[in-house]
Ligand binder design. Structure first.
Ligand code: SGN
Ligand code: CA
Length: 533
C-alpha cells in the first residue's frame, strides 16, 4: 500500500480509536484538530537559509566552524543525518517545500520559471485553520507570494548590504545587513501579530548564498586560522563522466576574482565578463561610508599580500579556497547569531517550547569538495541538506535520525504536527512519527529516494540534466540532454563518490536492480520523463 494512503488509514483508525480518549490522539490528524479545540496549537517557525552546507554546522561535526545556536537546535531537538532535496536548486526547492510535490508536478523546474501561486501550498492550509501566516526574506519564485497574511521578501537573490525588501508589494530599501534585517522584520511582525492565534512563519535567509559578503562584525573572523581542505580539493575528475568534467563550478577556474574573491582591481585578474570584473568596487559604492571604510580595512591588506605572493597552480587554488571558505563561514556566523536571536525572542515572549522550530537549507553546497562551489548535482554534498527540529513537547533532546527524509516531506510533517489534514495529493510523507520516536523510522518508511534536476542548457555552471535514485548503499544517476551517461556509486566503499562503477561487471546485478527501483519511483511520482530505460 502506498505510504500516503497508509498514513491516511492510520489517521482514520487512530481517530476512531481515540474518540473517547483524547490524550492518546496525537497522530490522529484532522480528528485531533476537531477534538482539540481547547488545546493550545503549536506555532511553527520554519527557518531556511540559502546554500547552507551541513559541513558548515558544528553539530554535524564538519570541523570547520562553531555554530552554537544551530547546535542548540540539535542538542535540544533532533538532527537528521540523511535529509535530502528532490532538485538541488533554489526556486525549485522552495516550490517543493511549499507544495509537498516534485518539480514536474508543481511546475517549478528551474530558477527561470515563475511559481504558480494559485496552487495548494501548505501555508494556505495553516491560514484556513486559523493560524497567522508570514514569509520573510528570500523567496526567489518570481510571482508574488499568495496565501500568506504577511510577506516581506527580497527581490530575486536579494543583496547582503543595505538590501531592498518588498513588503506586501511595496519596495523599501533598508540600511544594514540582510541576515540581521530579516530577523528584525520577523520579530517586528511577531510583536504585532494577533496573539490569540498561533503563527506559522517561514523565515528565509539569503545567506550564505554567493557571493558570500560577511557582516561588518565578521569581516576579520578566521583571519588567523587556516581552514582544513577537503580531501578532493584537487580532484581531476578521472573516475567520473562528462557531467562532472564539464561543470563550471571550480574554485580554481570559475570564480571571478573581483566578484567572488573580493580582489580589488590592483590585483584581480580580468575574467572578461564585463562589470563582474569591477564587482568589488561596485559593491563598495553601494555601502555607507562607514561600511566601505571597514571593508577596505579588512580586505585591503589581505589583497595586497595576495598580489605580492604571485601564487600559481596548487598554491593559487589553496589561497582561493581559503578566501572562499572564510567568507562563506563568516556569512554563516551571522546566520547562527540570528537563529540565536530568534530563540531568545521566542523565549522572551513565552513561546519557545510551544513552537516547532525547523532549521534547514534549500539544498547543500560544495565547500571545495571536488574542487567545487555551487550545488545542482545529485552527489551527496548538494543532494543532502541540513535539517534540525526542536519541539521539546514531543521531540527528544539530542536525538539523531538516519531515516531518509526529504524537503518534499516538510509540508506534510508540519501540518501533521499541528493536527491538520495532509492533502492526499501531496507526494511527501509526514515524518512526525520519526520525530516522536527518537528518530526511528516506522515500518514501510522510504528506503530509496528519487531526484531530478533540470536547469540545463541555460545555466552558468553547466550542470547537465539528470535524475537518479539513492538507496542506503548505492546511487544510480542518469545524465541526459546532449549526453546520455550513467553513473553508479557504491557509497559504502566510496562515500566521497570518486569512482563510477556503472560499467564494472561486478555491479551488473546492482545496476539492474537500481534501474528497476528508479522506474518504480518515476511511476510512483508520475514523472513524465519515465522512460525509455
Ligand atoms: C546565481 C548564482 C549562481 C547560482 C544560482 C542559483 N550566481 O545565478 O552561482 O548557482 O544563482 O542559486 S550569482 O552570480 O548571481 O551569485 S540559487 O541558490 O538561487 O538556486
Ligand atoms: Ca540555494
Amino acid at each position: 500500500m502506498d505510504l500516503i494512503l497508509r498514513n491516511t488509514a492510520r489517521k482514520i483508525i487512530a481517530g476512531a480509536f481515540c474518540a473517547g480518549a483524547f490524550a492518546s490522539c496525537k497522530s490522529a490528524g484532522k480528528t485531533e484538530a476537531s477534538l482539540a479545540g481547547k488545546k493550545k496549537k503549536p506555532n511553527v517557525l520554519f527557518i531556511m537559509s540559502d546554500d547552507h552546507a551541513y559541513q558548515a554546522i558544528s553539530a554535524y561535526g564538519g570541523g570547520l566552524n562553531k555554530t552554537p545556536n544551530l547546535d542548540r537546535l540539535a542538542n535540544e531537538g533532533m538532527r537528521f543525518d540523511k535529509a535530502y532535496v528532490t532538485n538541488s536548486i533554489c526556486g525549485p526547492s522552495r516550490a517543493v517545500v511549499l507544495t509537498g510535490k516534485y518539480s514536474h508536478i508543481n511546475g517549478q523546474l528551474d530558477n527561470r520559471s515563475s511559481f504558480d501561486g494559485s496552487q495548494q501550498i501548505f501555508p494556505k492550509i495553516f491560514g484556513e485553520a486559523g493560524y497567522q501566516t508570514a514569509i520573510v526574506g528570500k523567496w526567489h519564485l518570481k510571482s508574488d507570494p499568495q496565501g500568506f497574511d504577511y510577506w516581506n521578501i527580497l527581490p530575486g537573490q536579494g543583496e547582503y548590504y543595505n538590501p531592498e525588501f518588498i513588503e506586501m508589494g511595496e519596495k523599501k530599501r533598508l540600511t544594514g545587513y540582510c541576515t540581521d534585517l530579516t530577523t528584525d522584520i520577523a520579530t517586528k511582525w511577531l510583536d504585532k501579530r494577533d496573539k490569540t492565534k498561533p503563527f506559522m512563519m517561514m523565515l528565509h535567509h539569503k545567506a550564505p548564498h554567493r557571493t558570500w559578503q560577511p557582516a561588518q562584525r565578521h569581516l576579520s573572523l578566521y583571519d588567523d586560522v587556516e581552514m582544513p581542505e577537503p580531501e578532493s580539493l584537487f580532484d581531476d575528475y578521472k573516475g567520473r563522466g562528462t557531467a562532472a568534467k564539464q561543470a563550471k563550478m571550480r574554485i580554481m577556474d570559475d570564480m571571478i576574482d573581483s566578484y567572488d574573491l573580493k580582489l580589488d582591481s590592483a590585483v584581480a585578474k580580468p575574467s572578461g565578463r564585463g562589470w563582474l570584473d569591477k564587482a568589488n568596487e561596485r559593491l563598495m559604492e553601494k555601502m555607507t561610508p562607514e561600511q566601505r571604510e571597514n571593508w577596505i580595512k579588512a580586505y585591503g591588506p589581505k589583497n595586497k599580500a595576495y598580489g605580492e605572493a604571485n601564487l600559481k597552480g596548487k598554491d593559487l587554488l589553496k589561497w582561493k579556497y581559503q578566501r572562499y571558505i572564510k567568507d562563506y563561514l563568516r556569512c554563516i556566523a551571522s546566520v547562527d547569531e540570528n537563529v540565536g536571536r530568534m530563540l531568545d525572542y521566542l523565549e522572551k515572549i513565552g513561546e519557545l517550547d510551544n513552537t516547532v522550530i525547523v532549521y534547514t537549507s534549500d539544498q547543500g553546497f560544495y565547500l571545495g569538495e571536488h574542487g567545487w562551489f555551487d550545488k545542482r548535482f545529485m552527489y551527496e554534498e548538494s543532494f543532502r541538506t541540513p535539517l534540525m527540529v526542536r519541539y521539546p513537547k514531543t521531540v527528544k533532546a539530542g536525538s539523531v535520525s538516519d531515516a531518509f527524509c526529504m524537503n518534499l516531506d516538510f509540508g506534510p510533517t508540519l501540518l501533521d504536527m499541528a493536527g491538520l489534514e495532509v492533502p492526499g495529493d501531496m507526494q511527501g510523507e509526514s515524518f512526525k512519527n520519526i520525530l516522536e520516536n527518537g528518530g526511528k523510522e516506522p515500518e514501510g518508511w522510504r528506503q530509496s529516494m528519487y531526484y531530478h534536476y533540470y536547469e540545463y542548457p541555460k545555466n552558468e555552471h553547466n550542470v547537465v540534466r539528470h535524475y537518479g535514485v539513492r538507496n542506503k548503499r548505492y546511487k544510480l544517476i542518469r545524465f541526459y540532454y546532449g549526453i546520455d551517461e550513467w553513473e553508479l556509486y557504491d557509497l559504502e566503499k566510496d562515500p566521497k563518490e570518486m569512482k563510477n562503477v556503472y560499467d564494472d561487471p561486478d555491479y551488473a546485478k546492482i545496476v539492474k536492480d537500481m534501474k528497476t527501483e528508479l522506474k518504480r519511483l518515476q511511476r510512483k511520482y508520475k514523472d513524465p520523463e519515465s522512460l525509455d530505460i
